[in-house]
Write a protein that binds this ligand. Sequence first.
Ligand code: ZN
Length: 494
Amino acid sequence: MQKALDFYLQQRRKIVALNYVGFVISWDMETDAAENSIMADSEQVAVVSEMSYLLMTDPEFEKAVATLYDNKEQLDEVLRHEIEVAYTEVQNTKKIPQDEYTAYSELTSKAYPVYVKAKNENNFELFRPYLEKIVDYCRKQTKWLQTDDLKGYDVLLNQYEPHYTQAKYDRFFNALRERLVPFVKKVTEKPSKTPKWAKREFSVDKQKEFCEYLRDVMCFDKSRGIMKVSEHPFTSGFGTDDVRITNHYYPDKFDSSIFSCIHETGHALYEQQCDESLNGTLSGGGASLGMHESQSRFYENMIGRSRAFWEVHYTKLQEMFKEQLLKVSLDEFMEYINTVERSFIRTEADELTYPLHVMLRYEIEQKLIAGEIQVKDLPEYWNNKFEEYFGITPPNDTLGVLQDVHWSYGNFGYFPTYALGSAISAQLYHYMNKDFNVAESLKKGNTAQVNEWLKNRVHKYGSSKYPDEILQLATGEDFNPDYYIDYLIEKYTK
Ligand code: ZN
């Protein structure tokens, strides 16, 4: 046992170091690297991730993990969880036939550029043969990896959000369908119009300056993190002391950088506020995709789109953009940042309609993996469902079934985590308000009290527990979608 532990810890040091190398190269590719260096950099990333894969699948490592797994009662809680996760991963990797795995990696790397072309040219037929093979593989994957508890689509869902199955998601999406779809139709009956002032030019330098201000408001520790520019905003972190955020600035869409900044800083705070003892282990970072998204959405929506927040910070924004905003009242500003409308694109959807976009994908994936619909049926199926939920039909596949990149990577089961994150954020918000008045706390000019609560209830655990355990510890109950739907209906009824 001691020998196995020593070997595990030694090998883990190497895995963590390689992960770090991968993290830095990827960050550089997304931010500073010259456009034409991408091919060369991709090659290095491939080599590093292969080295990391070899360490993970090393027979000696596998033996050590198995020994530790058999003696897990003797390990401390954090290591026990880490070993459980590693053990499952090692076992799963073994269940996938090597030749199928290699062929699939090649397939998805070829599928991506074809997908991009198909999307740009509004040509689903171009992408169809690739997607058919991808779906075929995912269906086989559900057979290879199935267990007594997990079968079919559940196998795929579990890869992105452990312990979240169709039974759990169904309750959530059924509630959305019943309560939210009719509500959204009512709220969006009257088309909204972007006010003229919001379309004016807002200097990018000043937007950057305001985002710096926001990160201070959110108590982001700038000595342990940085912010740069990239095409699509994202956050990546390595331990609590190296957390990196990007943003994107549009002169004619000033609010985009503001809400991306708040969203990504939410992700970043999760990373910065993990317990420091988890640095250098495989138990740092967020517990799952859904849990991570719950933090970013919490700050973006519950805090960043709240009146209490802007009652304190709107004057600052007005001062910085006198020409554009001096005559715009707080009420007008609040109405603008909470506009709801029927739209085709998920990533541009507002807080209220967003979960319906996810629900649509969830239903389609369920049917597709179960074999109830086929890839060739997708465009029509998509458009009909879209009409049913939103009352509008996408004019083409670029704005419909081809809009998201996920399926070209084979990421089936990923989408639901987006809506789950939003729903978890509402459950946390409900319980946080029981402990203190959140709106009142924002009057202090920063989010310190909110940060502290999330640190103690969620962040400190990193990924040393399963997300459903953390939610249970934080709120005293299992995932409950009612808080989310109640929150949305209450907010948008006003
Ligand atoms: Zn996010």
